[in-house]
Design a protein around this ligand. Structure first.
Ligand code: RP5
Length: 181
């Protein structure tokens, strides 16, 4: 029989971008202006049928909400948190400081400094408090990384990731063929 988490992971696909019954991944961002960067993370979770929740938590504008979110994340059943922020991007690091869950950080490019400010704010965590930081504006990779983290205990999800990688390889090889014709 399938493990409970496999059943849950492969539940019928809900409408994209909507919260699910028991989210396994929490996608949070500092502002609604981060949405265009963070929606691709949700799209990847939709693709792999991983239930998630998506909301705004600002480290600076809603500090009490940040504490409540991070402290309750694990007990609410989340297994991974994806946190995106721009500028003085303290959200991913502060979440990582208050939960034992793996945290994936997404540096969001703001209107100045090309997103390097966000990247440095997120990637330069002190020893002992890791944040797995993806490239600037790469919400897609944050979603894929969350799927990979979850797939460590779920063979069906690992198989789905393998399939995704093979498809990606085939797409590139088709381009090579076309170019070399
Ligand atoms: C950060 O400040 C947010 O994550 C966002 O990237 C940036 C700007 O926020 P807004 O002024 O657009 O709300 O906290």
């Amino acid at each position: 029989p399938a493990a409970a988490n496999e059943v849950q992971l492969y539940a019928p696909l809900p409408p994209p971008g909507r919260s699910h019954a028991q989210p396994l991944v929490g996608i949070i961002m500092g502002s609604d202006s981060d949405l265009p960067v963070m929606r691709p993370a949700a799209a990847m979770l939709d693709l792999f049928r991983v239930p998630y929740e998506l909301t705004i938590v600002s480290a600076h504008r809603t500090p009490d909400r940040l504490v409540e979110y991070a402290r309750s994340a694990a007990s609410r059943g989340l297994r991974v948190v994806i946190a995106g922020a721009g500028g003085a991007a303290h959200l991913p690091g502060m979440v990582a400081a208050m939960t034992p869950l793996p945290v994936v950080g997404v540096p969001v490019k703001g209107s100045s400094l090309d997103g390097v400010d966000s990247l440095h704010s997120i990637v330069q965590m002190p020893r002992g408090v890791p944040v797995a930081t993806v490239a600037i504006n790469n919400g897609t990779n944050a979603g894929l990384l969350a799927v990979r983290i979850l797939s460590a205990g779920v063979p069906a999800l690992a198989d789905a990731m393998d399939e995704y990688m093979k498809k990606m390889e085939a797409e590139v090889l088709a381009k090579v063929d076309k170019l070399e014709q």
